[in-house]
Design a binder for this molecule. Structure first.
Ligand code: IMP
Length: 433
């Protein structure tokens, strides 16, 4: 059984949690492949509101096994409190969560360094989430990181390793003029977590292949989005991992041929948290209106999201990077009821019209949007369950996006509830037993 990959098509926050929830009934395993506690997913069920950061949200389905893959950077303390919250709310997690022994650990000094580096950048800051993501990945590539396999060691050895690492990191903290951490305290906190984590840490590369061989239906869940990808995104205003489909291979140990389907998630408009160019951004009243209509505030940091019209140029680029078999278009309800809607179909750069996504951030920052205006449709008209029952204006909008980005929209989300999803003929079908 080949795996399905879900990735964000824009700058994150496209509504992936609802899509994972929608598709999970037809899958047995959900695996995160990159990022860490910078991600935030809110899922509302009959049992209330659940906020997920590191644990894949699909775990709310009792039949699902969740895996935190080797491509992630994991904050063990935050992980345990997320887990504890689930247990306290009656979710049976026993035997259902596995963590890759090769996933990197986010250490307390990574969080401190993240915030210190950000403060140092002042006006040029990236707008990081402050969860230690960049410094943890930096240590991974410097080959100085600690991996989750650490928790398989005995407590005394683990204590010594952590103490040495913290003492090393303190040399850097002192250079920043920051107070050093107590190496003894951090080491004893880590030793204290050992028994709760040891039973969850395994070599997930073999595990996921074994599950695949046993016919398990695997969903690989991406975090953030294509334009935040460390290689392909709007560098340096990006996160530190591979958010495009390539990350699903390196971050899990599955081979490209194990992937059967790639689904890109796009919002019907655009949002971005943090800094960096965003050509179709709406500032002033219209941006505020879109933010309020879409409740666009970050799940992880609570920051207001920057809002703008759907960017066809960035969307087309995202399609090139991940080769989506199909697209989910979310939050169509948010732009329904407006007298007219717009799409950014090209950029103007130094008097030239461009339709490819500039790699140079200064070029991208100088791009101004070329908008195409289209008539709006009413909010009531989209509460239908078939694509051809959607108002003509909404269909024209969707089909203009398809033509511009070169991918098919198969699912359309018209509200937060699971039922408020239109599945178009020919969409990926899966057995939801
Ligand atoms: P970091 O991932 O905390 O290093 O932040 C780098 C950039 O990615 C910042 O602009 C963040 O706002 C953005 N970012 C990180 N995680 C998310 C996310 O889950 N949704 C949207 N933006 C994110």
């Amino acid at each position: 059984m080949s795996a399905t990959v879900i990735v964000g098509g824009q700058w994150g926050d496209e509504g992936k949690a609802k899509v994972v929830d929608f598709l999970m009934g037809g899958h047995d395993v959900v695996m995160r492949f990159q990022g860490g506690a910078n991600a935030g997913h809110t899922v509302v069920t009959g049992a209330g509101r659940f906020a997920f950061h590191q644990i894949p949200s699909g775990l709310l389905y009792p039949h699902v096994t969740a895996i935190l893959g080797n491509g992630m950077v994991i904050d063990p303390q935050a992980f345990l409190s997320e887990l504890q919250d689930l247990v306290a709310r009656g979710i049976d997690v026993k035997g259902r969560i596995h963590i890759s022994s090769a996933a990197q650990i986010v250490m307390p000094y990574h969080r401190m360094i993240d915030n210190l580096l950000e403060a140092d950048l002042k006006k040029e800051s990236i707008g990081v989430t402050g969860k230690g993501i960049g410094p943890a990945y930096a240590d991974k590539y410097l080959r100085r990181g600690l991996r989750m396999g650490l928790f398989l060691k005995d407590k005394a050895e683990l204590f010594d390793i952590v103490k040495t690492k913290v003492n090393d990191a303190n040399k850097l903290l002192v250079l920043f003029g920051a107070p050093p951490l107590s190496a003894e305290k951090v080491a004893s906190d880590f030793a204290g977590m050992r028994d709760r984590l040891a039973g969850l840490v395994v070599d997930t590369q073999e595990l996921v292949h074994d599950m695949k061989a046993r016919g398990k239906r695997i969903l690989l869940e991406g975090a953030q989005g294509a334009l935040l990808d460390i290689d392909h995104g709007t560098y340096p205003f990006v996160t530190s991992s591979s958010c495009t489909v390539g990350g699903a291979v390196t971050g899990t140990g599955l081979a490209p041929r194990d992937i059967g389907r790639v689904i890109g998630i796009f919002k019907a408009y655009l949002t971005r948290v943090g800094n960096g160019p965003m050509p179709s951004e709406l500032t002033g009243d219209s941006g505020n209106e879109l933010r309020e209509r879409g409740h666009e505030y970050g799940t992880t940091t609570g920051r207001p999201r920057r809002c703008g019209w759907f960017d066809v140029v960035g969307g087309r680029y995202s399609v090139l990077l991940s080769g989506y078999d199909e697209i989910v278009l979310t939050k169509l309800d948010v732009i329904s009821g407006l007298p007219r809607v717009k799409l950014c179909v090209a950029y103007e750069l130094d008097g030239r019209r461009v339709t490819s996504f500039p790699q140079n951030p200064e070029d991208l920052a100088r791009c101004t949007p070329v908008f195409e205006k289209m008539p709006g449709w009413s909010a009531e008209e989209i509460k239908v369950d078939r694509y051809d029952a959607l108002p003509a204006g909404a269909r024209a909008f969707i089909e203009r996006i398809e033509k511009g980005i070169g991918a098919r929209v198969s699912f359309i989300s018209t509200g937060a509830a699971r039922e408020e999803t239109i599945v178009r003929d020919g969409a990926y079908s899966f057995d939801r037993t």
